[in-house]
Design a protein around this ligand. Structure first.
Ligand code: 6OD
Length: 469
């Protein structure tokens, strides 16, 4: 049974719960569920470690980050295996994206923090300068879709800024966090700097409401974020949220159609559509609409289906396939459950699906589905395309497919989204701000934005003595 990791040691406490392999539906492991006592123990361990960790020079903490990156490299295959067992993600994706990004996250934030300048200002005989201090104990609440990538994306800047952390991975995907606990212990990271507790949403809630947790960082659904915000508000805790999306893609008639189709296959179906950055709404300029639909539908049928994370999530996605039909959609590809004739038939698969014919006000086009599905609709003018794309309550990411440089900049700057990709998708520069507008988040992480969130400046102003005349 997977144990919590508290104060540098495994802690077996709390009842057990099963984790299912999405590929087969079979139980892969059992995990301890954190109760209030476990959560409190973890927060106290983090608090005890906080003073020495914060006092350590940033260059030394950056050294620890590099050692953790090396630890990840050494346990690369174990992390890949743990991630695949919990998520059912393809081997190739896990080896080239999920686990390598863990290494990159630690290395990138080690460099950025170590090289970060402080600010200084002169004003009429005074000098004001800033020193940055960590927030204290940070609760890091991690989703199930890219668990290792997203855990380390928040962990690395939080730690290098001098915070100690209590991580709560998703109940569906504890495996890679458990391997990471062993990496921390093996590297000799000071006990209590990283603590990991397992459990469902209620375990995360215990951390958020704990009086000794100073800040909360969360990636996941907008509904959960609102609940976290209500609790965090009681003690005015800083929060950083990266939330859902109903991302739009705009395909202009001047695009390179091959690239636009292939890019949309990636942006709609990667990870079974279970990435907050995936495209669920495509708008295509009318002269190329029919051809785009036909090509996308043909390609969707060639995409290898990926399992949804759980039976409940598969049922949710299938309920949207049914909703599309009941709202009058035309199903261009997929729309059902694949039959493999092997062990995967017990898993949580749905078919990659393309639909058309719904208005932007349909529930299907307004609500985040988080599955391998996209709706395609035509537009006539650039202004109409922008109106359609911006008609969502969400605003995480958008894609634009065009060969016109002028149009690329013009449209990208008018899209209401935290990230716009032009003629590509999900290219990540870890130095760039990353996050969403509207219901897609609060705050930005990435580069100095992460360092800003995980530390607070104190301004010190000194009167400079004037020499005698
Ligand atoms: O690439 C990243 O850093 C990132 N935060 C991706 C988020 C994906 C959400 O599902």
């Amino acid at each position: 049974m997977l144990t919590h990791f508290i104060g540098g040691r495994p802690v077996a406490a709390g009842p057990g719960f099963p984790v299912h392999d999405p590929v087969t539906g079979l139980v892969v492991r059992h995990v301890h569920e954190a109760d209030p006592e476990v959560a409190d123990r973890a927060v106290r361990a983090a608090r005890e470690a906080a003073r020495d960790w914060a006092a350590m020079p940033v260059g030394e903490r950056a050294g620890w980050m590099r050692r953790l990156a090396e630890g990840i490299e050494e346990r690369f295959d174990d992390l890949v295996a743990a991630e695949i067992a919990d998520t059912g993600n393809p081997l190739d994706q896990t080896r080239t994206l999920d686990v390598p990004r863990g290494i990159a996250n630690f290395r990138a934030f080690a460099e950025m923090a170590a090289q970060r300048p402080e600010e200084a200002f002169h004003l009429s005989g005074t000098l004001s300068y800033t020193v940055r201090r960590p927030l204290g104990v940070v609760a890091v609440i991690v989703p199930w879709n890219l668990p290792f990538l997203l855990m380390t994306w928040k962990l690395a800047p939080a730690l290098v800024c001098g915070n100690t952390v209590v991580v709560k991975p998703s109940e569906h995907t504890p495996g890679s966090a458990a391997v990471f606990a062993e990496i921390c212990a093996g590297a000799g990271l000071p006990p209590g700097v990283v603590n990991i507790v397992f459990g469902h949403g209620s375990a995360g809630q215990l951390l958020v409401e704990h009086p000794d947790v100073d800040a909360v960082t969360f990636t996941g659904s907008t509904r959960t974020a609102a609940a976290i915000m209500r609790t965090a508000a009681q003690r005015v805790k800083p929060i950083s949220f990266e939330l859902g999306g109903k991302n739009a893609g705009l395909v202009f008639e001047d695009c390179d159609l091959d690239r636009a189709v292939e890019g949309t296959v990636r942006s709609a179906f990667t990870n079974g559509g279970q990435v907050c950055l995936c495209t669920e709404r495509m708008y295509v300029q009318r002269p190329i609409f029919e051809e785009f639909c036909a090509r996308l539908a043909a390609r969707a049928q060639e995409v290898e289906p990926q399992p949804m994370i759980s039976a409940a999530h598969r049922d949710k996605v299938l309920s949207y396939y049914a909703l599309a039909r009941s709202e009058g959609a035309k199903v261009l590809a997929g729309g059902g459950v694949p039959v493999f004739g092997d062990h995967r038939d017990g898993g949580y698969y749905v078919e990659p699906t393309v639909v058309a014919g719904l208005s932007e006000w349909s529930r299907f086009n307004r609500e985040e589905i988080f599955g391998p599905v996209c709706h395609v609709a035509p537009f006539d003018s650039e202004a109409e395309a922008l109106d359609l794309a911006n008609s969502s309550e969400y605003g995480l990411a958008a894609t634009v497919w065009t060969t016109s440089l002028d149009r690329a900049h013009r449209v990208a700057q008018r899209l209401e989204a935290g990230q716009v990709w032009v003629n590509t998708w999900d290219v990540r520069d870890l130095r760039a701000p990353f996050g969403g507008v509207k219901l897609s988040g609060i705050g930005r992480e990435g580069g100095t934005r992460s360092l800003d969130f995980y530390s607070e400046p104190t301004t010190i102003t000194i009167k400079l003595e004037q020499p005698d005349a």
